[in-house]
Ligand binder design. Structure first.
Ligand code: F6R
Length: 237
């Protein structure tokens, strides 16, 4: 595991964005695992910027997103499909059929679909302040593959800021499991801000602690790059 401390989330986005675009140039058939939320926003912005400037094509790139709410249409602004279109896909020449999101219908075959595509070459991850990755909350079974989760009251409350009312927040989501994530060939985790410090500290202890799902990255056989900003680092010291 490698830790990188950069000044800001913008700098992290530029650096990871640069690295990913270089990898797409080397392998136009790359398989990307994608996250939503605020953490990867600057990375997506940088990928778009560098790719357009350097004419990098995504027509052969495949994507698998980490998670999606149950019951939200793609046209719903809170769906993760909408988020990905809005922040990344629509700017580049991806083929629509190359995008994969877990759903009730494909959930049982999602891990198999990832395998058939050759596996995830680069997985981007954010992290919750409680150490969750994707929708894998503390004490999730580490052997879990893609599965359905009932959102906790806390998560529903947290996410309600994006909805008109708390009643509109879906109560279920489908998420890659920790086992799915650990099969990736390379992982970039982004953690910025003080509220992520405790979770990152747990990861840096170097062992797996089920109370912090992200600490399972210590068991990953692949390269794991942990990118944090100064603010997050301040809270760890
Ligand atoms: C989203 C996801 C979540 C977020 C996490 C951090 O696809 O998997 O686990 O990465 O909740 O969210 P932000 O980045 O908004 O702080």
């Amino acid at each position: 595991m490698e830790l990188y401390v950069l000044r800001s989330k913008e700098e992290i986005g530029l650096e990871i964005g640069r690295r990913i675009v270089e990898r797409v140039k080397q392998n136009p058939y790359i398989v990307l695992g994608l996250a939503t939320g605020s953490s990867p926003l600057f990375t997506y912005e940088a990928i778009v910027k560098y790719s357009l400037a350097e004419n990098v094509s995504y027509k052969n790139v495949t994507t698998f997103n980490l998670d999606e709410y149950v019951g939200l249409e793609e046209t719903n602004k809170q769906s993760y499909r909408y988020f990905m279109n809005d922040n990344l896909f629509k700017y580049l020449d991806f083929k629509k059929e190359s995008h994969h999101f877990p759903s009730i219908e494909n959930m049982m075959g999602y891990d198999e679909d990832i395998k058939k595509s050759g596996g995830i070459d680069i997985q981007i991850l954010g992290i919750g302040s409680n150490g969750h990755i994707a929708f894998n909350e503390p004490f999730t079974n580490i052997d879990e593959k893609t599965h359905i989760v009932e959102l906790t009251e806390n998560t529903i409350k947290d996410n309600s800021r994006f909805f008109k009312s708390i009643n509109e927040v879906p109560t279920k989501a489908i998420t890659m499991g920790l086992n799915t994530i650990l099969q990736s060939k390379e992982i970039f985790l982004i953690a910025t801000g003080k509220n992520k410090s405790m979770a990152v500290k747990k990861i840096l202890e170097g062992k797996y602690d089920p109370s912090c799902p992200a600490s399972c990255l210590n068991l990953a056989k692949c390269k794991v790059h942990v990118y944090i900003d100064d603010e997050c680092y301040e809270g760890i010291k």
